[in-house]
Design a protein around this ligand. Sequence first.
Ligand code: ADP
Ligand code: MG
Length: 327
Amino acid sequence: MPLSEFDIIERYFNRQTLQRDDVKLGIGDDAALITPPAGQQLVVAIDTLVEGVHFPLDTDAEAIGWKALAVNLSDLAAMGAEPAWFTLALTLPHSDEEWLAGFSRGLSELADKAGVQLVGGDTTRGPLTVTIQVAGYVPAGEALLRRGAKPGEEIWVSGSVGDAALALQIQQQSVDITPADKQSLMHRLDQPEPRYRLGVALRHLASSCIDVSDGLIADLAHLCAMSRVGASLDYEAVPLSSAARQAIAIHSEYRELPLYGGDDYELCFTAPGERHEELELLGQQLECPLSCIGVITAELQLQCRDRNGEILALAKQGYQHFGDTNT
Ligand code: ADP
Ligand code: MG
């Protein structure tokens, strides 16, 4: 007998042991009841993943569960918010228990890790679609915004970029790297680590922030457009994982992927030069390296220079991107 909607909720979604103090009433009534802490602003984000659009048909259920929450937590991180709770609207073609078990495992693994509580949702039948809405808190007036970057400030990015885009290439065609490197790139695509601890720590350090979901150049262009500034990047300073380095050393045609590939869910932010050492220390404390990759300019364009100081041909693409977002 197929599971009823009620059974699905009880068996797979109403089982989190985490009980937050601000959640007065979670799953089970007509709606959830939340008491936000005094003096805090509520930060809310929502993202939908559709099968065949945002992930391939054969994607592992556990990876879908993890990623659906991860992309939302990444948006909260970019605002400097502390994650608190979320709701889940799940549309399923049929009640496949193995799929549900994997999905809820991936989802609750990240939820427990991040301290976010599932407080409600909706379960319907139809083409596989996962919508998660997440909420977090930030002390009033302290949220990080895309606007706020000023000429002369440094541009930083967390972790490494390009891994998820390289993983997609591996899925589509054979890339000549070791199995261990392949696995580490695939892990970045399936289980991105949203940088919510870094986001909170940046509240008093960064002047602007965005998460890298569309690609470093594209997202930096959004930040620059909102701040009404430009940027000059140093290609050699853009942080690559050792697996990405290996892949690019063998396949030089992937050299630009770290600049243009999406789905990394790192944070890109700006800060005055005086904060440089503090930020390097913060990266060590959080075990999430922070790399200074360039400077904000008054001139409204995006440029990227190679090690000889020459402007890379790819900067033109970046510039056009910047132009697009400005219109
Ligand atoms: P209603 O008919 O009032 O919308 P539902 O039967 O849809 O109620 O939901 C019953 C309870 O289960 C509600 O508290 C709802 O938030 C929760 N719920 C439904 N689907 C999910 C889900 N996929 N994940 C978490 N909670 C859910
Ligand atoms: Mg309902």
